[in-house]
Design a protein around this ligand. Structure first.
Ligand SMILES: *[C@@H]1O[C@H](CO)[C@@H](O)[C@H](O)[C@H]1NC(C)=O
Ligand SMILES: *[C@@H]1O[C@H](CO)[C@@H](O)[C@H](O)[C@H]1NC(C)=O
Length: 391
């Protein structure tokens, strides 16, 4: 029955081609398997020791202080729920928010007051928002990946994640605990954007479940199983935008805009949403990217800076197994398109503004731009130190 064999072979070939086109091809191109790193603006970088493994940076622009959510490299090897590293006993008990002060050029470690959870803080995403009541007061929103109460079962249950709210004063090294927000919808939180009254926030869930094989399968198939949720300390949490694939960094822009970075093996894009009166989010734009992206931070002029990864395959399969092997870094800027092409529907412009092979700046997951000082601050979840690059 040669015709049947030919038929099955053709079906197999077509299926293979479709699989390649939709899954393998994007993985290789987005993952940067053959991408050549093109150094850009990386020749004036300095390193500042004293804070390692900081996943997220936020700039307080009036003071120039850079807030950083930091851990230790050793801890990130053992306890990184995003990558299913769930060895709770190997995690650091010294996770903290650090502040880089550009005047003294020093890093200050903050301490917590009024915080009594013995499981400590286990940092990932963060936001720092000036209070609308007092400009010298700041609210600090932190994702806290607590281990489960039965720590030994962490591999089975995954992290018992919550969002913590603290307040502090500009320049202070003390964070005073305001509230721990626990909710079934706070499942796999990645990043958070807070409000200026200290009472509500949006956050991204980056996976469909805390543990299990389906996490990998969903990421690989770009399944739309992640979401952005909204919580208010009095009213609880609800889904603000659902059915999204690979939600990661989130940031607030001007006029009720919320930016969300989506990142799966075959998808990398920035979605723009508009906040509604009921705190749900309505999507207005999709900006595709040529590589995987992580955290996004918006400056006072409504321009977004995004940590991007030139070689994700290398980042995941080589660097994540040995943090001392450098991983290339790049940065993209997202702004409103004021050029002629905006008439043809390109509302936003996404440009690469920085790239390094990892020797100057390794393993980026977050960046902020200080326009007054013309510097980019760069750090990463598995990076050894803060990098400051003149641009
Ligand atoms: C978990 O962490 C502990 C403490 O650092 C370490 O002794 C142990 O080897 C780790 N286990 C695994 C499987 O990595
Ligand atoms: C990690 O990489 C460094 C630098 O390449 C090497 O010296 C070290 O032996 C590696 N560690 C492990 C555990 O493979």
């Amino acid at each position: 029955m040669p015709s049947l064999r030919v038929a099955s072979l053709s079906i197999l070939l077509v299926a293979g081609a479709v699989f390649y086109q939709t899954r393998v091809g994007p993985l290789i191109s987005l993952g940067g398997a053959f991408r050549v790193v093109e150094p850009l603006k990386n020749d004036a970088c300095t390193k500042v020791e004293g804070a390692e493994a900081c996943e997220k940076l936020v700039l307080h622009s009036p003071s120039g202080h850079v807030y950083m959510a930091c851990s230790t490299l050793e801890s990130r090897m053992n306890w990184l729920p995003y990558h299913m590293a769930l060895n709770a006993s190997g995690r650091s008990t010294t996770d903290h928010v650090a502040i880089y002060d550009p005047t003294s050029e020093k890093i200050i470690h903050t301490r917590l007051e009024g915080f009594s959870d013995a499981r400590g803080i286990n940092v990932h995403g963060m936001d720092v928002v000036p209070s609308k009541f007092d400009k010298n007061e700041l609210f600090v929103y932190l994702v806290n990946h607590r281990p489960p109460v039965e720590e030994a079962k962490a591999r089975v249950y995954g992290a018992d994640s919550v969002i913590e709210i603290f307040n502090t004063k500009v320049g202070s090294d003390v964070l005073t605990h305001v509230k721990t927000v626990e909710d079934p919808l706070i499942d796999t939180p990645n990043d958070v954007v807070g409000s200026s009254d200290g009472k509500s926030f949006y956050f991204t869930n980056d996976h469909s479940t805390k543990t299990g094989l389906m996490r990998v399968v969903h990421a690989y198939l770009s399944s739309r199983v992640t979401n952005v949720a909204y919580c208010h300390v009095d009213a609880g949490c609800k889904i603000a935008a659902g059915d999204l694939a690979g939600c990661n960094g989130i940031a607030r822009g001007k006029d009720g805009k919320i930016f969300v970075v989506l990142s799966t093996t075959s998808v990398s894009e920035i979605r723009v949403f508009e906040e509604q009166d009921d705190n749900s989010l309505v999507q207005t734009d999709i900006i595709p990217a040529d590589r995987h992206m992580d955290n996004i931070v918006v400056d006072e002029d409504d321009v977004a800076y995004i940590a991007s990864i030139p070689k994700t395959m290398h980042f995941i399969f080589v660097h994540q197994n040995n943090f001392s092997i450098p991983s290339p870094s790049s940065i993209h800027r997202l702004s409103l398109n004021t050029e002629e092409s905006s008439f043809y529907g390109e509302k936003y412009k996404l440009e690469k503004i920085f790239e390094d092979d990892g020797s100057q700046v390794s393993a980026i997951t977050s960046t902020v731009m200080d326009k007054k000082r013309s510097v980019l601050y760069i750090h990463g979840i598995s990076a050894p130190c803060l990098s400051i690059c003149k641009v």
